[in-house]
Design a protein around this ligand. Structure first.
Ligand code: NAD
Length: 382
């Protein structure tokens, strides 16, 4: 198999996980990374064992050895970097959200189509074996038609007023913080697992921590605060609750927040159908809860021998060997790079991978939630 060259722009919190995942594929070379200065490019490349470290994304895009560009920059750079990569004919793996606004996301869908390359968004929870088991179970009718989808995505890393991230600056993160950052994961997961589409939303959003200490030095996501810096007003939400309606008439609700003590990466999705319910929780990701009316509830352990044969390949380890966030991320990367390796005309991405259209849909859901909240909580069409 021809080896594929990967280059990544942005090597903060999530960037190194992109690198780890593609390294495990075996047929991909991590050729280069790009940071915002020559110095940080050199330092990060050395720290992560990457051959070339560039000080600008343009230099990385000019490198002929880079075939696939991963965009792991803060949201305000997503459109610029992805658009430039597509214009150079590179495949793109964009971290979520696809873009800071729906208008930008829509343009990227068209630009990717014109470029004729592989273009994917990392809604990576799709790659978990038990998420796929739930998707297959619902598609084959195991729980009957879904009528209620609910859950949450709660974190606590922005609980203190000394916690700060570019996500809280609308110039860098966009008009939404919690909803765009983690609410998009919940919505993508709910739609992916159920096969349904969110058509209407009613959002209630709020900013719990209204003033924060903005550090003088930039910090990567989840890094502990030092408490220095000036006090700034925060205008974007850190907590939201949303009612949703799906295209089959199913109802739903979810809450998102980064100010919920004790919740680290607590993503939960439950789908209640006419016959039974299914629940998956990211923090206990090796278990799938199956709820029954007329018999005892069950917990399906992640064990390849117990999974549907279409799902088995996503479990890398035997039962009892816990799989993780990184393994699900790898599953998504494997699907993406399998398409790249197939060569032109590139086959359609597996449903396990979110497309740019899916990314655009996520941006539109965020818009509708913000619009609904601004209207005082009116039902709003996506
Ligand atoms: N899929 C997931 O589960 C997941 C998890 C975390 C973050 N993300 C997404 O990944 C993106 C990055 O988030 P993060 O948490 O890693 O942020 P981060 O702040 O930790 O890292 C961003 C990096 O980009 C670098 N950068 C800034 N400007 C740059 C430029 N002009 N050129 C090159 N690099 C530049 C920063 O120096 C920093 O190292 C965000 O869009 C976020 O939504 C996704």
């Amino acid at each position: 198999m021809t080896r594929i060259g990967m280059g990544i722009v942005g090597a903060g919190f999530v960037g190194p996980h992109h690198i780890d995942a593609v390294r495990r594929l075996g047929f991909v070379d991590v050729v280069a990374l790009a940071c915002s200065s020559d110095e940080s490019g050199r330092e990060k490349a050395e720290a992560l064992g990457v051959r070339k470290g560039y000080g600008s994304y343009q230099a990385l895009l000019d490198d002929p050895d880079v075939h696939v560009v991963h965009n792991a920059t803060p949201n305000h750079l997503h459109y610029e970097v992805t658009s430039a990569a597509l214009a150079k004919g590179k495949h793109v793996v964009s971290d979520k959200p696809l873009a800071m606004t729906s208008a930008q996301a829509k343009r990227l869908v068209a630009e990717a189509q014109r470029a004729g390359v592989v273009a994917a968004v990392t809604f990576n929870y799709r790659g978990n074996p038990l998420v796929q088991q739930a998707r297959i179970a619902i598609a084959r009718g195991d729980i009957g038609p879904p009528h209620f989808l609910h859950g949450h995505y709660l974190q606590d890393w922005l609980l203190k007023d000394t916690d700060y991230s570019w996500r809280l600056d609308p110039e860098k993160g966009g008009p939404s913080s919690a909803v765009a950052d983690i609410g998009t994961h919940w919505c993508d997961l709910a739609q992916h697992v159920s096969g349904l589409r969110i058509t209407h939303v009613l959002g209630d959003i709020t900013t719990v921590v209204k003033k924060r200490r903005k550090p003088t030095m930039s910090r990567e996501a989840f890094q502990e605060a030092s408490g220095d810096g000036e006090l700034v007003d925060i205008g974007v939400e850190d907590l939201a609750s949303v009612l949703v309606r799906f295209d089959n008439g199913a109802r739903g609700s979810f809450s998102v927040g980064q100010v919920c003590g004790g919740h680290k990466n607590d993503l939960v999705l439950e789908v209640c159908g006419a016959k039974a319910s299914l629940r998956w929780r990211q923090e206990d990701q090796n278990e799938l809860w199956i709820g029954h009316r007329d018999r005892a509830n069950e917990v399906l352990q992640k064990d390849p021998s117990l999974l549907d044969e279409r799902v088995r390949g996503y479990a890398r380890l035997p039962g009892g060997h816990q799989e993780s966030w990184a393994d699900a991320f790898l599953n998504v990367m494997r699907e993406i790079y399998t398409c790249v390796a197939a060569g032109p005309p590139y086959p359609a991405l597996s449903p396990v991978v979110a497309t740019f259209e899916d990314g655009f849909r996520a941006n539109r859901i965020v818009d509708a939630i913000l619009e609904s909240a601004a209207d005082g909580g009116a039902w709003t069409r996506v």
